[in-house]
Design a protein around this ligand. Structure first.
Ligand code: ASP
Ligand code: MG
Length: 488
């Protein structure tokens, strides 16, 4: 049986209309799978096994509401969680009321919503009593949204004639206990998925699985990190060795740049795993950054599609793109960063300065997004999130106290409000002159490039520019490489 995983994000299940569209898309896919299986002359398998698995996020905005309510509860404010409970109950019930006619089904769902939300309220109450919110507690609360949306979508699918059944990913995705950002244990997860899901699918049922959540071996709920439903889809797809993983969202695939910044930005037909990983790493809100890993391991193609424009082919993400593309494909940016520079003549030829610098940074658990060292060895500069900047500077001052006193290191300085603009395309490898074109484009606009780095993969060039000039920089590069509409 050909197997596809279809993941629907928060906007795809955010309203009655979008859930209705989502259900129609799934129903059409099931129909399509059945037909193609029939054509292939395997009606024995085909008509029985649509080979469709659905993964779903919480309704748009719900995860934030849940987290905010739990945080307020920890601070002693009980209003937000009480409001959230009633507001979420209504929001889910309204959709059920509009899309599900069967009274028994609706009543069952209503009870399920009510129980889940009561549980949520109880949890928040105990958070208030304790006056403390642990990451572990937060994972139970933040996963409630998927545990409401998935049974709802399963029921709406049944109302559309699809044999669908809700499955909690806590039964499927076994993770470590890094609450808030758990990783799947790949020795037990695939077996669990196959044992639980394959018999269902073989009997013609479409499992509707909660995205974002998992559980430890002992059954304690965990989450895979914000935006983690994409990752859930990829984990399940890899476990079942799916033929395709579809990520259904609210844009026509992966765009050449953020369309709010570049008016002419357009969706790309094809990207490689490498390119999409670079894009995700550098802040493009396309896919959860970890999503590609399980897909790469099994060479499963991914496709990003638009629930609100389902006939658009979207972007397909594969190991090797069909067309050779010489050069830049997309531009993205990471904001709210700080550039830190460690400089001094005493660094020349002294081994270990870089290692000590990054050890000190690592002790602060700060995330380094980019590093660049001039060949004169007189300075190292690197970029960290703004929020981590002060702690990193303090740690470096302590680490290099002696060198600073002796003026071997003259200064540890920092430049706030900077942005990394990342220029991405696997075809930049071995294509000369790209960096020059990038810098010319920026020079013409009088945009100052503060630092540069090129990944050794050559699939990206990253530039540090001032926040105030970042959007202009993105537009200038997008224009120079004619990435916009109609310039294909
Ligand atoms: N609902 C989760 C979040 O908002 C997971 C997801 O949407 O992918 O982070
Ligand atoms: Mg999402």
């Amino acid at each position: 049986m050909r197997m596809i995983v279809m993941k629907f994000g928060g906007t795809s299940v955010g309203t009655t209309d979008s859930i209705d569209s989502t259900a129609k898309i799934v129903a059409a896919a099931v129909e399509g799978q059945n037909q193609s299986a029939g054509v292939e002359g395997r009606p024995d398998q085909g008509s029985e096994s649509p080979g469709v698995l659905v993964v779903v996020s919480a309704m748009g905005g719900v995860t934030n509401t849940l987290i905010d309510a739990a945080q307020a509860a920890a601070a002693g404010d009980e209003t937000p969680y009480r409001d959230a409970r009633s507001q979420l109950l209504v929001r889910h019930q309204v959709v059920a009321g509009q899309l599900i006619e069967d009274g028994v089904e609706r009543a069952g769902l209503g009870r399920l919503f009510d129980n889940r939300l009561r549980e949520f309220e109880r949890l928040c109450r105990s958070i208030t009593v304790l006056g403390e919110l642990t990451q572990r507690g937060l994972d139970v609360v933040s996963g409630v949204g998927e545990r409401l949306s998935a049974p709802l979508l399963a029921a709406v699918l049944r109302a559309n004639g699809v044999k669908a059944q809700f499955v909690d990913a806590g039964e499927l995705i076994i993770t470590d206990d890094q609450y808030g950002n758990a990783s799947p244990l790949m020795d037990s997860t695939p077996d669990r998925c196959r044992d639980r899901l394959l018999p269902m699918m073989q009997s013609g049922v479409v499992p509707v699985v909660t995205g974002f959540v998992g559980a430890t071996e002992k059954g304690v709920p965990t989450t895979l990190g914000r935006g983690g439903s994409d990752y859930s889809a990829a984990i399940l797809g890899a476990a079942l060795d799916a033929d395709e993983i579809q990520i259904w969202t609210d844009v026509d695939g992966v765009m050449t740049a953020d369309p709010r910044i570049v008016e002419t930005a357009q969706s790309m037909e094809e990207l490689s795993y490498e390119e999409v990983a670079e894009l995700a790493y550098y802040g493009a809100k396309v896919l959860h950054p970890k999503t590609v890993t399980p897909a790469v391991e099994r060479s499963i193609p991914l496709r990003v599609l638009n629930t609100f424009n389902p006939s658009h082919p979207g972007t397909s993400i594969v190991e090797k793109t069909r067309q050779l593309h010489h050069g830049v494909k997309a531009i993205t940016a990471v904001r709210e960063l700080r550039l830190i520079t460690v400089a001094g003549r005493g660094m020349i030829g002294v081994p270990g300065i870089a290692a000590r610098t990054f050890d000190a940074v690592a002790r602060q658990r700060a995330n380094v997004l980019m590093i660049s060292q001039g060949s004169s060895e007189q300075s190292i500069c690197f970029v960290v999130p703004e929020a981590e900047g002060d702690a990193v500077i303090e740690a470096l001052k302590i680490e290099f106290a002696r060198e600073l006193a002796q003026h071997m290191i003259e200064e540890i300085s920092n430049q706030p409000d900077i942005v990394i603009v990342a220029v991405i395309g696997a075809g930049m490898k071995g294509t000369p002159g790209i960096a020059a074109r990038v810098f010319n484009a920026l020079g013409e606009q009088d945009i100052n490039v503060i630092a540069i780095a090129q990944g050794s993969s050559e699939a990206n060039i990253s530039l540090v520019v001032l926040q105030a000039e970042a959007d202009e920089a993105i537009r200038a590069i997008h224009d120079t490489f004619e990435l916009g509409n109609g310039a294909d």
